[in-house]
Design a protein around this ligand. Structure first.
Ligand code: COA
Length: 144
């Protein structure tokens, strides 16, 4: 496994919007089209393609809230064909490491309250569920 992040640009955006989660997972995450549109409007968002070697396997997006300065992850998906191979864990751990190196002290992640596979993964990386909610999402947080 060799996971890396790359910016979404004119060469890879089509591949990004072709990535798919399983039908039963669609309610857990908006489409990548939606993520890229959000990033177009909110310039503080950092949409990143997740690659294993030269193959795009997923999408993750993080931002620093311009109002309170808190870093949060609001998109995270691995294409259904590539799930269960450890790519998601490796990518999330890598992003947390990058933010830690930038001296960021805390990161929130937004997720549906019943996304139990994702919650198990987040907790194994140190996230703890909070009481905070944003719309239908709840927030887990990790101190870096
Ligand atoms: C959540 C998600 C990003 C995890 O990515 P992944 O590459 O499949 O995860 P990994 O292979 O790194 O596995 C991470 C852990 O989750 C568990 N896991 C992941 N998918 C699972 C599934 N469908 N069923 C059971 N366990 C699962 C693995 O067993 C693993 O645990 P372990 O490391 O203790 O063995 C991916 O499943 C996904 O895109 N889901 C749909 C979208 C979503 O829910 N995104 C999160 C929105 S907040």
């Amino acid at each position: 496994m060799n996971i890396s992040f790359r910016k979404i640009d004119e060469n890879n955006w089509r591949e990004c919007i072709k990535l798919r989660v399983g039908n039963d997972q669609k309610r857990f995450v908006a489409t990548n089209e939606n993520g890229l549109a959000l990033a177009y409007v909110h310039k503080e968002m950092n949409p990143l393609a997740i690659y294993n070697e030269e193959l795009m396997v997923g999408f993750i997006m993080y931002a620093r809230d311009p109002d309170d300065g808190i870093f949060y992850i609001n998109r995270f998906m691995i294409d259904e064909k590539f799930q269960g191979k450890g790519f998601g864990r490796e990518a999330l751990a890598m992003l947390l490491n990058e933010l830690r190196e930038r001296k960021i002290e805390k990161v929130d992640i937004l997720h549906k309250p019943d996304n139990f596979h994702a919650i198990k993964l987040y907790q194994s990386l140190g996230f703890e569920l909070t009481e905070m909610k944003v719309g239908d999402d709840v927030i887990s947080t990790v101190k870096l």
